[in-house]
Design a protein around this ligand. Structure first.
Ligand code: SAH
Length: 226
């Protein structure tokens, strides 16, 4: 089984990521290291490396590999960076980011998901990730500033608190839009303080739910794909 999963992980790098334009060596190396099968529900381990999102329980999903890679590549994470990850979910994206960055702070509103993620991350011995439970719309004011903010939940607009908690030269990569249409966008603050926006195409993420946290989520299952 171990051999098979390793082969599938390599295939994911070649067929789903490199072949579709993921060229950032640090992203490919990190995704070649993190055992994605540990982040998906046990009965779905055989599908762990397929290029589509998978259900996590609590009506949430683990992002498809290509979308995780595209988000991280767009964020251009450097080894000294501190990253804020909105929507911990399974913890997979946070885990991959933590293999590139110095430190990752990850916020999840569904406490059950955060606790499951913590169990997996502890098992892997990934110690540079801090998990917070709460509304990521507010960012993580007690840990700012961040060099990079990534989100796996879509808002109509990028929350102001995220822009405010960004370090000089920082980047935000997030899905922006509604259920009927979302774009993956990056915004970056240049040396003069101007904002530069880049569009990475149409995506489908779960919505950013504003206000409070919950033990479990009752929202209808939604998928994210591209
Ligand atoms: N990065 C995750 C993807 C999870 S899907 C992974 O790799 O598995 C998006 C997650 O965002 C869901 O778990 C959802 O509960 C969470 N979410 C939605 N609104 C949120 C908010 N306001 N604050 C924090 N998390 C939120």
């Amino acid at each position: 089984m171990e051999r098979r999963l390793e082969r599938e992980r390599r295939q994911m790098l070649d067929d789903h990521l490199a072949a579709r334009g993921i060229t950032d060596a640090s992203v490919l190396a990190a995704m070649g290291t993190v055992p994605r099968e540990l982040f998906v529900p046990g009965h779905l381990w055989e599908a762990a490396y397929d290029d589509h999102p998978l259900p996590l329980g609590n009506a949430q999903t683990i992002s498809q590999p290509y979308i995780v890679a595209l988000t991280l590549q767009a964020a251009n994470i450097q080894p000294d960076d501190v990253v804020l990850d909105i929507g911990t979910g399974s913890g997979y994206a946070a885990a991959v980011a933590s293999r590139i960055a110095a430190r990752v702070v990850s916020v999840e509103r569904v406490s059950d998901l955060s606790r499951q993620a913590e169990t997996v991350l502890r098992k892997l011995g990934y110690e540079n990730i801090e998990l917070l439970i709460g509304d990521g719309t507010r960012g993580a004011p007690e840990h700012e500033p961040f060099d990079v903010i990534i989100s796996a939940a879509a808002a109509a607009n990028i929350p102001e608190s995220w822009s405010e908690q960004l370090a000089p030269g920082g980047r935000i990569v997030a899905p922006v839009g509604t259920r009927s249409g979302q774009r993956l966008r990056s915004v970056r603050r240049d040396a003069r303080g101007d904002w530069i926006e880049t569009d990475f195409g149409g995506v489908r993420f779960v919505p950013l739910v504003t206000g409070g946290s919950s033990a479990s989520s009752s929202r209808a299952g939604e998928r994210e794909e591209r």
